[in-house]
Design a protein around this ligand. Sequence first.
Ligand code: PRX
Length: 576
Amino acid sequence: MKNAEVITKITTTSGLIDYDKTYKEFSWEAIKKEFSLTNNRVNIAFEAIDKHANNWRKNKIALYWEGADGSLQKYTFSELKRLSDKCANMLKTLGVKKNDRVFIFLPRIPELYISIIAIAKLGAIAGPMFSAFGPDAVRDRLQNSEAKVLITTPELKERVDTILWELPKLERIVLVNNKEDYELEESDVCYKTLIKDASDKFNMECSDLEDPLYILYTSGTTGKPKGITHVHNDMLSHYITTKWVLDLRDDDIYWCTADPGWVTGTVYGLWGPWLNGISIYVFDGRFDAAKWYEIIQTYGITVWYTAPTALRMLMKAGDDVIKKYDLSSLRYICSVGEPLNPEVIRWGLKVYDLPIHDNWWQTETGSILIANYPCLPIKPGSMGKPFPGIKAAIIDNKGNELPVGQQGLLAIKPGWPSMMRKVWGDEKRFKEYFNIDGWYTTGDTAFKDEDGYFWFIGRADDVINTSGHRVGPFEVESALLEHKAVAEAGVIGKPDAERGEIIKAFVVLREGFTPNHELEEELKKFIKHRLAAHAYPREIEFCHNLPKTRSGKIMRRLLKAREMGLPTGDLSTLED
Ligand code: PRX
């Protein structure tokens, strides 16, 4: 069993007070009663925005926004209602209807948030994309979802121009932040112009709880990214997990550092806090330790949701920079996305005088499922305990539950409100998640201790987690193969002290190409530009051949074992 270190610094809370009692008595039906449902029909945008705009929160700031250049904006709930109504009317005039896919390729600017609300109001499906994506990543998403409209900026559109011919279903591009003299192409329209004339009263589509709300693409071991599709009903999970895990209250100023192109940024970057009527802060800039502390001081951030890599980078930046800022507003810190080292928790206790609460979930689960809570002691290194209403277990590959302390597959009993409803256009891949005796299998391995705490071990597959970003080796290998010098490529995640894992590629070159430093740099740049800035291999090793099975599959596991100097295991299926 892992270390027995326990942090008993329990935070006072008005949310979840008695874990065991709540877990025992919890019912999703009771949570449902907190929403204005009639016959199971409602709209998440009503619950998160319009409801507050119509009550005492109407003049409360919903969004504090800061641009990378230092520009500041504030929006109340009633302003967000008005602007999202206008945006919904604009999209309607462009022909967007219920169930249409509208993809958003924007930096973290207010229009990104306003569009997401507007798309929900229309009953259409939002597809937020991370602004670091390259043309290949954008093409895969727009093609698979058959998106009808794309909302982007002139700078980001340059990346889309090269692949437009591959997107016959895309009818319109809406451009945000284009300069006055920017020449629009025939199929493009200007957000600012259309918004100006659009009515600020929109008759919201009343959605069935099972109507789709958003699609986020995520990586597996094989194939292209999967379009994980979520529905309006997710709001039950968004609402209550935000309240009990992030411990948000009405007077909080909350900062989630994730981009809505990732699930944390969509669920806990906007929907979860707004369903609770909370003021959020958004920064459209890059990581910088001093800037981040300045944000906490200036805005009086009280609750902060971030990622282990960011915390490790802050730890590396040292304690002196912390002393320059007044961080006394902070009362609660959470972290997600990758293993949170106990060392970081101990450091957080020392410098912020607060424990960091790790929690676990996935794009597919749609909300936090395992967490540390304000009312429970933290065991550093553990992800915590299942959220009320969630049955989590460690199983073997036949679906038998394993006893305390034994490692196995982390699995969940299906049926919680925010579970993905489909993999867009791929029923087979959706079903594969439930192959083991009806359990939802997560792809992670873990164990449970005698107090019911879950401890993460690793992935059961080849999926890479770099700085909390999930990257499929197949995508990187395919992108590498598009370069003229590359004959074969095998990609693995290599452990890294700061980023959790880095991407390492083993590359066999075509005849006529010689391995050298310039080519290595060129390949890195190629992937950064084609696929995504976060998904390029930080290490490339040129080799003469790659280990393959007799059926020709690259043995990534062997590459990884060799890289790490570990036993290579059973090699009987090796090609030669
Ligand atoms: O391997 C687990 C890791 O991130 C995966 C999910 O990635 P994604 O769908 O991109 O969602 C990330 C944010 C919700 C998981 O299968 N992961 C997530 N949280 C943790 C974690 N690994 C260790 N500890 C965590 N707390």
